[in-house]
Design a protein around this ligand. Structure first.
Ligand code: NAD
Length: 311
């Protein structure tokens, strides 16, 4: 008889982001066991019941609400617990409340699933990733943040719309902070191996307005939050994509957030190889002098916020 161990994913925080991520994971059939943990236990129970009702339409998934001890032996822990941005609020303002939650929960989680890969999503995600690495003492590959994976998707969506091509045929990255100091890498952005300007010339359209596109990507969350109060669908699919890269050992290149070498003592996003070991390594992608300078500035913003948070 084939005895194959299933895949267990724990989602800490069953709010809008956590439950949407759980939904995306269930639809993709990535896990056999999915546990939702929230201080509002009824909320987690309600979400698990609602998701469980989809049983007849998806691959069998044991979805349930539980406590931190129910995360025992999880392969992957997704951390979405905490406060989210209010309209007009900056991500860094969420810091003290969310660090407190991290300090309360992470040591217990480590007792139950020391081998899991940990994915931080709660904002400000770069500072929380750094704090979580320090609190947990886990190696840098095993714990990392969703970083600018979402921002990179927004960047590709904007470029794809302008160029009139499938977003999956755009290669372009947002690096640095998941927040106001993020950096679009225009110098390496390409469509089918052609620079953006060459592609636009080929199509007979004006070169893309870089400032306008960068501003729209940077302001995307604020625009959504102003209209509907929170963002959760796209981040849920970003989380699902990262989980897939880890659980299927894909060696995918994703702009996840982690400890970087040689810039500043902080966590930020760069294109990284993501596989079964987690965030395996960052890639030294080519950058123009301006982009390097902007990345150094982003690192300084994050170092200061990290220091102010006591790390
Ligand atoms: P939400 O308020 O809907 O959900 C947060 C949940 O965390 C709540 O249900 C709350 O009860 C729970 N919680 C609080 N303390 C807890 C604890 N100690 N243990 C377990 N659960 C606890 O918020 P949301 O919209 O789901 O956002 C969650 C986080 O994700 C926010 O910090 C938000 O800014 C962040 N976010 C990140 C990205 C990204 O790209 N990284 C994108 C969107 C949102």
């Amino acid at each position: 008889m084939i005895k194959r161990k299933g895949v267990k994913i724990a989602v800490i925080g069953a709010g809008l982001v956590g439950s949407s991520a759980a939904f995306a994971i269930m639809v993709s059939g990535l896990s056999s066991d999915l546990v939702l943990v929230d201080v509002r236990n009824e909320r987690a129970e309600g979400e698990a019941m609602d998701l469980g009702d989809a049983a007849a339409f998806i691959k069998p998934t044991n979805v349930f609400a539980g406590s931190l001890s129910d995360c025992r032996d999880a392969d992957l822990v997704i951390f979405t617990a905490g406060a989210n941005q209010k309209p007009g609020e900056n991500r860094l303002s969420l810091l003290s409340d969310n660090i407190l939650i991290l300090k309360e929960t992470l040591p217990t989680l480590l007792r139950y699933c020391p081998e899991a890969v940990y994915l931080m999503v709660t904002n400000p995600v770069d500072v929380l990733t750094y704090a979580a690495l320090k609190i947990s003492g886990l190696p840098a590959n095993q714990l990392f943040g969703s970083g600018t994976v979402l921002d990179t998707s927004r960047f590709k969506a904007e470029l794809a719309q302008y160029c009139g091509v499938d977003p999956r045929n755009i290669h372009a990255y947002i690096v640095g902070e998941h927040g106001d100091s993020e950096v679009p890498l225009w110098s390496s952005a390409n469509v089918a191996g052609m620079s953006l300007d060459d592609f636009c010339a080929l199509k007979g359209i004006k070169p893309a307005d870089r400032q306008d596109i960068a501003r729209r990507v940077r302001m995307a969350a604020d625009e959504i939050i102003r209209r509907k109060g929170a963002t959760y669908y796209a981040i849920a699919l970003a989380v699902k994509r990262i989980c897939e890269a880890v659980l299927r050992d894909e060696n995918s290149i994703l702009t996840v957030s982690g400890m970087v070498n040689g810039i500043s003592e902080c966590c930020l996003s760069l294109p990284c190889v993501v596989n079964g070991s987690g965030r395996e390594r960052e890639l030294a992608v080519p950058m123009s002098a301006d982009e390097e300078e902007a990345l150094r500035n982003s690192a300084q913003v994050l170092r200061l916020a990290t220091k102010n948070a006591g790390f």
